[in-house]
Design a protein around this ligand. Structure first.
Ligand SMILES: Cc1cc2nc3c(=O)[nH]c(=O)nc-3n(C[C@H](O)[C@H](O)[C@H](O)COP(=O)(O)O)c2cc1C
Length: 377
């Protein structure tokens, strides 16, 4: 039985009638499709990659380390993490999301990871959807939890008091604002309006007490965008580059289902659009002075180690965690342990006893990544 065939996955009272019922039902449907489609269809990058395969590391035959003494703990924005890993922002707002966030929260708490919630607009629209987000804090009282809202919604006029509500909803340690112009462009109900967004981010950075992280959702951040974001007073950038989940791909499939011909064609054209994750980390980390989160197509601990070596401070994965969380708690935990062991194993083979030493490891860039960086001005 697939995850989406399970009955009674969430809370009964999430199905009660609501004032703006139609609108809420629409959001719930979209949220449901947003996890169902990537789980059932291939919505990963097709012709692109993260470019992490062009980062070469040097084997250390004299590590002078015992495997068990390797320390993968780190700090980020003043908070301790047991591992340099975040479960990237994904979901909320449906019964399925309630269960996913519960499982992800449990793992974040147990393994000392960070966790991002999905866009919380649904929770603002209906009180009954709040617990599909707040469940994460219920099961993860000590984890670094990241609230989430779209830049497009901010641009449209979401108020500071709305933002304070979503922060309170999960007692968040940080707020992520996602920039997703490609997704808004392809999405049948998309709102591709980002005028005035940087100013709104700057006002918010001034108004709220917790740090703001600005993230992409799979198309990467350029050096220029990073510099403009730095001027707004935000505290971290999650590059979320291309090579992993393609939101153009997910929205193309939704557009097909709704017979939206032009949106479907756009989704096809821009399926692989974006800055590959490895390139985005290099561009952003060399341009701004703030901690960087790497994400977008990271699928194992070796790739995570490479991102840290390239200049990121933490790494995040979305789709792999969704896949395992939709299977079972056991699968999710087994996967988490594997990833942490892979990070540690890479560090052992590089002779790096802790994250600081890992970040000082030598590397070379090859092939396409070397030539893009070589030609970059
Ligand atoms: C099912 C799903 C839902 C997502 N929803 C959100 C969201 O609500 N807000 C957000 O900032 N990013 C969202 N993302 C983007 C991820 O946080 C991440 O940036 C992106 O998927 C790249 O990581 P990946 O290749 O490991 O999936 C979502 C990703 C997935 C797979």
């Amino acid at each position: 039985m697939s995850f989406f065939d399970e009955e009674n996955t969430g809370q009964d009272n999430m199905n009660l009638p609501d004032e703006n019922e139609d609108f809420v039902e629409q959001i719930k449907k979209r949220k449901r499709e947003g996890i169902e489609i990537p789980l059932k269809e291939n919505t990963q990058g097709m012709k692109n990659s993260t470019y992490l395969e062009y980062v070469k590391l040097f084997h250390n035959a004299l590590p002078e380390l015992d495997f068990e003494e390797i320390d993968i703990s780190t700090t980020f924005l003043g908070k301790s993490f047991s591992a340099p890993l975040i479960i990237d922002s994904m979901t909320g707002g449906t019964d399925e999301a309630f269960l996913i966030n519960k499982r992800l929260g449990q793992v974040a708490e147990k393994y000392g990871l960070g966790m991002g919630l999905g866009s919380q607009r649904a929770g603002l629209k209906s009180e009954k959807l709040v617990e599909s987000y707040s469940i994460a804090r219920d099961v993860a009282p000590n984890a670094f939890l990241i609230a989430n809202i779209g830049g497009a919604q901010l641009s449209e006029g979401l108020s500071t008091s709305d933002i304070l509500k979503i922060i309170k909803m999960i007692d968040a340690n940080a707020l992520a604002i996602h920039l997703n112009p490609l997704q808004e462009l392809i999405q049948p109900e998309g709102e591709p309006r980002f005028k005035g967004i940087l100013k709104k981010i700057a006002i918010l950075a001034n108004d709220i007490e917790i740090p703001i992280i600005v993230k992409e959702v799979g198309s990467g951040i350029s050096a220029d965008v990073a510099l403009r974001l730095e001027s707004s007073g935000i505290k971290s950038i999650n590059v979320a580059g291309s090579g992993g989940t393609s939101w153009a791909g997910i929205e193309k499939i939704r557009a097909d289902q709704q017979n939206e011909h032009i949106k479907s064609r756009l989704g096809e054209l821009f399926w692989d659009w974006g800055i590959p994750t490895a390139l985005s980390i290099l561009l952003v980390s060399k341009s701004v002075r703030m901690p960087i989160i790497a994400s977008g197509g990271l699928r194992n601990g070796l790739e995570i180690a490479k991102c840290l070596i390239l200049g990121s401070d933490l790494c995040a994965m979305a789709f792999p965690f969704l896949k395992k969380a939709s299977q079972s708690e056991e699968e999710l935990e087994r996967f988490t342990k594997l990833i942490l062991t892979e990070i540690k194993s890479t560090m052992f083979l590089l002779g790096a006893g802790n994250i600081k030493s890992l970040k000082n490891t030598r590397y070379i860039l090859t092939d396409k990544l070397a030539s893009v960086i070589g030609n970059y001005e």
